[in-house]
Design a protein around this ligand. Structure first.
Ligand code: NDP
Ligand code: HSE
Length: 429
C-alpha cells in the first residue's frame, strides 16, 4: 500500500470537515486506488484550541509544515489572500503539490501562482474551490476537454442561494437566513463575500480560466450581490413567473472578449435552475460537441467540500505514485479582454415607486420607448396607499447604457418616489 503524508494548514470549518471525512474515506481509497492518506503535520493560528480527530499536535508555524520531509502534499485551508498566498507560494517553490479550496486566492492572485507552479513544476489542485461537491473542475479539464465552450452560467454561491430560498419559501428575513447559513458551515469566514456576490465572482473567474484560458482582472469583474433583493422583488418576480437567483455568467463575445458577471437575476420558473434550492449549486455548460450539460449538487458545507478535497488528494497521491507531473493550469495568453460594464446587452426587471395618478405609467413607458427599449410585462398592484404605487416592468433586450439613460430620465420625473430597483433577467435558452 502507498502511504502519503499530508500537511494540513488550517483546521477551521472546512479543515475540521476534512479531518473527519479523511478517516471515513481512507478504506475506500485503499480499496480503489491502493492509497492511504495520513495527516502528518498541521498548522493553525491558535494552537491551544482542541481539534477533534486531528492525529498530530498542530503548530503555529506553517513554514515548518511545508518543510517537513514527511509532508508530501500540502492542503491550504486558511482562506483569504494574504497568508494563504505566502503558504501557496512557499509550497510550490518547495516543489510540493498544493491542494486548496481557496477561490479568492486563485481568482485574485492566480497569475502569480500559475507562473510559480509552472516554474517549480508543482501542480495546484483546486476542485474544492468551485461549487463544493460538484466536480466541475474535472468536467472542464477532462470530460469537456475536446469542446469549445460556447458559454457557462451557474448558481455558485450556496449561502446566497440558501438565503434567497429561505426568503422565497419560508418568508425568512435576510439576517435570520444568513445566520442559519453560517451555523450550517456554508458561509465564508467573512460573509460579505457571499452576500455581496464576490465569492461567486471568484468562482466565475476560475471557471473562465479553465474554459477560455483567461483570468480576468478581478477588480474589473462586474459584481452585484443579493443585499438589494427585497421580499417585494421576490413576490413580484413570482407573479411574473420568475425566480430570483444569484447567477454567474461567463460567455465569449466574438473572438477577443469574454463577459464575466455576477448579479441577482430573474430566471423563468420553467428553467431547471429555478428549482435549485437551499445550499445547492448548479452549473450549465454549453459545449460545441456535448451540447448543454447541467451539473447540480451541494455547493457548500464541510462534507461537500471534503468530497472535492479528498478527490484532489487522491489524484495528487496517484500522480506522485505514478511520477506524473499532474495537471497544469493554462497560462493566460493575454489575447482576451473582459467585456466592460455598459457594453453588455440583456433583459431587465425594473421596479419603481411612483406617484399614484393618471398618466404616470404612460410617461414612464414613453421614456423606455424613446430609448428603444421594448416592454414585455407591466405589473401595478392595487392598494399600496400613501399616494404612491409600485410599478414593475419586465423589459425586452436592451444595452446597459440605454437602460441607464432611461432610468436616469425616469428618476428625474417629479412623479418618481424612490430610486429604481434593477435586476437582470435571463432566459438561458
Ligand atoms: P475558517 O476561518 O473556519 O478556518 C481557517 C483556519 O485557518 C483556522 O483553523 C485558522 O486557525 C487557520 N489559520 C488562519 N491563519 C493562519 C495562519 N497564518 N497559519 C496557520 N493557520 C491559520 O475558514 P473555512 O474553513 O471556512 O474556509 C477555509 C477555506 O475553504 C477558505 O478559502 C474558503 O473560501 C474555502 N471554502 C469554504 C467552503 C465552505 O463551505 N465553507 C467551501 C469551499 C471552500 P484557528 O482555527 O486557530 O483560528
Ligand atoms: N461560502 C461558499 C458558498 C462556500 O456559500 O458557496 C462554498 O464555496
Amino acid at each position: 500500500m502507498n502511504k502519503y503524508g499530508i500537511g494540513l494548514i488550517g483546521c477551521g470549518t472546512v479543515g475540521s470537515g476534512l479531518i473527519r471525512n479523511l478517516a471515513k474515506a481512507n478504506p475506500l481509497l485503499r480499496e480503489r486506488l491502493d492509497i492511504h492518506l495520513e495527516i502528518v503535520a498541521a498548522a493553525v493560528k491558535d494552537i491551544t484550541k482542541v481539534r477533534d480527530g486531528l492525529p498530530v499536535k498542530p503548530i503555529a508555524d506553517w513554514r515548518k509544515v511545508i518543510a517537513d520531509p514527511a509532508v508530501q502534499i500540502v492542503v491550504e485551508l486558511v482562506g483569504g489572500v494574504d497568508d494563504s498566498f505566502q503558504i501557496a507560494q512557499t509550497c510550490l517553490k518547495a516543489g510540493k503539490p498544493l491542494v486548496t479550496a481557496n477561490k479568492a486566492l486563485l481568482a485574485e492572485r492566480g497569475h502569480e501562482l500559475i507562473a510559480q507552479a509552472h516554474q517549480s513544476n508543482a501542480p495546484i489542485y483546486f476542485e474544492a474551490s468551485v461549487a463544493g461537491g460538484i466536480p466541475v473542475i474535472k468536467v472542464l479539464r477532462e470530460g469537456l476537454v475536446a469542446n469549445q465552450l460556447l458559454g457557462l452560467h451557474g448558481i455558485i454561491n450556496g449561502t446566497s442561494n440558501y438565503i434567497l430560498t429561505r426568503m422565497a419559501e419560508a418568508g425568512s428575513d435576510f439576517a435570520t437566513a444568513l445566520q442559519q447559513a453560517k451555523d450550517l458551515g456554508y458561509a465564508e469566514a467573512d460573509d460579505r463575500l457571499d452576500v455581496d456576490g464576490i465569492d461567486a465572482a471568484h468562482k466565475a473567474a476560475i471557471l473562465c480560466l479553465l474554459a477560455y484560458g483567461f483570468l480576468p482582472k478581478f477588480s474589473e469583474v462586474p459584481v452585484e450581490g443579493i443585499r438589494k433583493i427585497s421580499s417585494q422583488d421576490v413576490s413580484f418576480a413570482a407573479q411574473l413567473g420568475y425566480t430570483i437567483k444569484l447567477l454567474a455568467l461567463v460567455r465569449p463575445h466574438g473572438s477577443d472578449q469574454v463577459e464575466v458577471r455576477v448579479a441577482p437575476t430573474l430566471l423563468p420558473n420553467r428553467h431547471p435552475m429555478a428549482s435549485v434550492h437551499g445550499a445547492f449549486n448548479a452549473i450549465g455548460l454549453l459545449g460545441n460537441l456535448s451540447g448543454p450539460v447541467q451539473l447540480t449538487g451541494r455547493g457548500a458545507g464541510p462534507d461537500a467540500t471534503s468530497s472535492a478535497l479528498l478527490a484532489d488528494l487522491a489524484e495528487a497521491a496517484k500522480n506522485l505514485r505514478d511520477k506524473s507531473p499532474g495537471p497544469q493550469i493554462p497560462q493566460p495568453d493575454g489575447k482576451l479582454r473582459l467585456l466592460q460594464k455598459g457594453e453588455s446587452v440583456g433583459r431587465f426587471y425594473v421596479r419603481l415607486e411612483v406617484e399614484d395618478r393618471p398618466g404616470v405609467l404612460a410617461l414612464v413607458a414613453g421614456i423606455f420607448g424613446s430609448e428603444k427599449i421594448g416592454i414585455s410585462s407591466v405589473l401595478q398592484p392595487e392598494g399600496h396607499g400613501a399616494g404612491s404605487v409600485p410599478l414593475v416592468f419586465l423589459l425586452e433586450a436592451a444595452s446597459e447604457s440605454s437602460l441607464e439613460k432611461a432610468v436616469a430620465q425616469i428618476t428625474k420625473l417629479p412623479n418618481s418616489r424612490s430610486p429604481a430597483h434593477i435586476l437582470r433577467v435571463e432566459d438561458l435558452s
